[in-house]
Design a protein around this ligand. Sequence first.
Ligand SMILES: Nc1ncnc2c1ncn2[C@@H]1O[C@H](COP(=O)(O)OP(=O)(O)OP(=O)(O)O)[C@@H](O)[C@H]1O
Length: 519
Amino acid sequence: MARVRIKRALSATSGTRAIGSPPLLYGMGPKVTYVPPPPPDAEDEIFRHYQTGINFDKYDEILVDVSGTNAPPAILSFEDADLSETLTKNVYKAGYVKLTPIQKHSIPIVMAGRDLMACAQTGSGKTAAFLLPILAHMMKSGIAASQFKEIQEPEAIIVAPTRELINQIYLDARKFSYGTVVRPVVIYGGTQTSHSLRQIFQGCNILCATPGRLLDVINKEKIGLSKVKYLVLDEADRMLDMGFMEDVRKLLSSPGMPTKEERQTLMFSATFPAPIQSLAREILKPDYIFVVVGQVGGACSDVEQQIIEVDEYGKRDKLLEILQSIGHERTMVFVKTKKKADFIATVLCQEKLPSTSIHGDREQREREKALHDFRSGQCPVIVATSVAARGLDIENVQHVINFDIPGDIDEYVHRIGRTGRCGNTGKAISFFDRKGDDEQKVVRGLVKILTDAHQEVPAWLEEIAFSAHGTQSYSSHPSKFASVDDRKASRGGFQEDNSYSGSSFTKAPAPAEEEEDWG
Ligand SMILES: Nc1ncnc2c1ncn2[C@@H]1O[C@H](COP(=O)(O)OP(=O)(O)OP(=O)(O)O)[C@@H](O)[C@H]1O
């Protein structure tokens, strides 16, 4: 069933619908018949992975801050992780030899039954940091094979904001649980609902879902929630902002959903603005643990960032010039609107640069085809809106180009994080039009992000940042260690580090639906 979302104006703090805003419409629009292709079955396809990069070992040098009482100590190796034999075998088959810092800390915390808010830079292995301990714990507790039934009762629910991302998480869950009785299932919008239901009926231990489709199947009473032990919000700050908070609240108050005391709630992201941390606390147990690897909202240090001043009219030529010099290296180009994504992709194709586009106006079939063409190298360039900014893990993306700079600094961090993953290096170029509204919104945050990542800050950009309107305090000094856990900040600790951010404190991110149909 297509889910038409209408621009919503929700109060981020209360989660209530603003007076006068239209209701959500379910079941409107043409009937969706798309059935996604089945996931790969061959073992070598399931375990296909790319190589860690030259900077993988440097992850160990990043400072880690763990806050919360009685946090279990970090583990140092997969051998210490107490995974089952099959799980350990799968981890090695997936090419994992050494834990990343977020994995070292999160695995024992989750296995000890604690709630967790975890923040670590893009591409540093957060997915395995929640999947592995959940799977290990499930297997230890002697989980029974899930049978064909018309109502399934999953033990874990994982939600993420976009269809492509949740599918990727599902493929990881399937890879790690290979050869075990655990059955992960994925459901997301833009596909036939009866297909989603059939997948669930066949057995479901871990349900990976976008929020809209999840609520659909809960409302149809095809999912029982009473056995849920784990609730994971990936890209948690996005899941708790205005675009999705109401869906999350509905999920939490659905019949049978265990209370926060009865379940384990895990939240992961590379960014976590302070106001969202406060919201997050409402759904975590009070003694949750907060792990920060590096800085909350810090950019991946393996991405070389460059800001180029170009006005709106010069962007097209500049893009062509850059792409022609790049050759056929895999590149993601981010633009502000869906129409522009198609337009730019068409222009590039006319210039003999094989390109495709992904955005919320494309049919799900087309979105998946676009990603497939990009992953396979058939189209080395993909032009995307924000729908592709978070989480996507695509091998060998060497460049990210922000044709339009996003109006939210956290979004910038996620976008450039599509390159420079897992210790590999990457380059991000952002066009900056000094007359642009979005540029004014992010300029201070941008200078801070560049400075903290030890990137060159152009003098003209610093000048604009100094004179930019807005009330956020601003420091160009790199902080050695930025915080962190908002609980500390409110007690007076780490105040200095929280001084930044184009996002923290003042921002409530715009509703996703204004621009996209995400879930
Ligand atoms: N310990 C490890 N050893 C080798 N490869 C790893 C390890 N952990 C994760 N990876 C690989 O690194 C890549 C990035 O991991 P992942 O997608 O989980 O990052 P992330 O932190 O969730 O990023 P994002 O913030 O963009 O969502 C994936 O290809 C994953 O398989």
